[in-house]
Design a binder for this molecule. Structure first.
Ligand code: AMP
Length: 407
């Protein structure tokens, strides 16, 4: 089944056209800088040359039209008519407590996504905008919402409750939700295909290390703890997000720097993390290269990031009472042997042994074992594919099939 996957940001629309039976991507692309004088439109067909053009794209609806025009263009031969697309899968970041699974989008679902605006102010509003734009351009096919939070609905109360008055949970649903659910789900399922251990007995730690980063503990296929919390701001230090802080720091900063709440929000989300620590960059490649040139603050930012990996892995080893495998994924997790090695260094005492040579010879896009043969916990690099999870869920719901492609 041909499914269009849409992931909308405040000024961008990313898309993937996916053939779900073959689990293959036909084309992907992005419209960026929507509303700016010159927007950038990129298309990357799986079997053809990439294209990039600049033109004014006023809003998300026009961006969707640009994408459809490209897919319908006769010379590209992706689709002959919009009806060839059988479902649209939308990435929605925050599903609150309501959505434990992906759902067919109707007015009630759209209202609920809107109610979660406060929980994910950077993500849910553009996600809803994308849904509305896509419904306008593709009105006759099912639209499905796939939530980043859904996979973590299996967290037990002792992992999702914060130590604040319980009425705040009951009244405002303040609790840990967790994010990157489609990625943690996908990479754990890739491991189940490799191992002889029955799924119900498996214990894995998944490390999604990209510009946003989160780590999850997964027992028997279910997420039982994860580093991100009420919002995607907490947990590990990230590209520009602070990760965990002592909450008292916020009162202190407000007083000392005379900050307004919105400036504090922006500081913690956009100017903290690796960027804030290094004062140089949020991008790990830039940090590594500058640290190699002797920049002390860039090296410190990397050290904090790697120590975060070690702390969460160690903590989730305790949560799971040992684990079968640690899985690295996303931009940094898949591509940086240095960060993987530094994040797991000196953990032999708890049965985690990285094989230096295997770690340094990972081929891009391939699942690779990087632990030594004597390591009691296996370690793998597993390329993630969140869009495929979204496409397959959308196909499943659109065709009302109960068949799940993965264990
Ligand atoms: P993502 O958000 O998953 O696209 O990941 C983006 C992050 O991956 C950025 O910080 C990149 O610098 C980082 N990244 C990509 N390739 C490499 C690499 N070869 N070495 C280190 N970091 C990388």
């Amino acid at each position: 089944m041909l499914v269009l996957v849409i992931n909308c940001g405040s000024s961008s629309v990313k898309y993937n056209l996916i053939e779900t039976e073959q689990e293959s991507e036909v084309c992907r692309g992005i419209v960026e800088r929507i509303g700016a004088v010159t927007s950038i439109i990129k298309h990357e067909p799986a079997n053809d040359t990439k294209t990039k053009l600049t033109k004014f794209v006023a809003n998300h609806s026009d961006a969707l039209q640009e994408i459809m025009n490209y897919l319908l263009d006769e010379s590209n031969e992706f689709i002959k008519s919009p009806d060839d697309i059988k479902a649209v899968g939308h990435r929605v970041v925050h599903g609150g407590e309501m959505f434990k699974d992906s759902v067919l989008i109707d007015d009630v679902v759209k209202d609920a996504i809107e109610q979660a605006f406060d929980l994910a102010p950077l993500h849910n509003p553009p996600n809803l905008k994308g849904i509305q734009a896509a419904e306008e351009r593709l009105p006759n096919i099912p639209h499905v919402a796939v939530f980043d939070t859904a996979f973590h609905h299996s967290l037990p109360p002792h992992a999702y409750l914060y130590g604040i008055p319980n009425r705040l949970y009951r009244r405002h649903k303040i609790r840990r939700y967790g994010f990157h659910g489609t990625s943690h789900y996908y990479v754990s399922r890739q491991f189940y295909k490799l191992t002889d251990i029955p799924k119900n007995d498996t214990k894995v730690i998944t490390c999604h290390l990209g510009n946003g980063a989160s780590i999850a503990a997964i027992r028997g296929g279910d997420s039982v703890d994860t580093s991100m919390g009420f919002t995607p701001l907490s947990g590990m230090v990230m590209g520009t997000r602070s990760g965990d802080l002592d909450p008292s720091i916020l009162f202190y900063i407000i007083e000392k720097e005379e900050l307004q709440l919105n400036s504090l929000h922006s500081m913690l989300n956009r100017h903290s993390g690796l960027l804030g620590l290094s004062g140089y960059a949020s991008d790990m490649r830039d940090l590594i290269s500058e640290a190699n040139n002797g920049d002390r603050r860039c090296q410190q930012a990397i050290d904090v990031f790697c120590y975060n990996i070690k702390k969460y892995v160690g903590s989730y080893m305790a949560t799971l009472n040992g684990c079968d495998a640690i899985l690295f994924t996303a931009g940094i997790g898949e591509n940086s042997a240095y960060i993987r090695a530094k994040g797991l260094e000196n953990l032999e005492g708890i049965g985690i042994e990285l094989d230096k040579e295997r770690n340094e010879n990972v081929k891009p896009g391939e699942i690779t074992k990087i632990s030594t043969d004597s390591s009691s916990t296996e370690i793998y690099v597993v390329p993630t594919n969140e869009e495929l999870v979204i496409a397959i869920d959308a196909a499943k719901i659109a065709s009302a099939s109960n068949q799940s492609p993965w264990v």
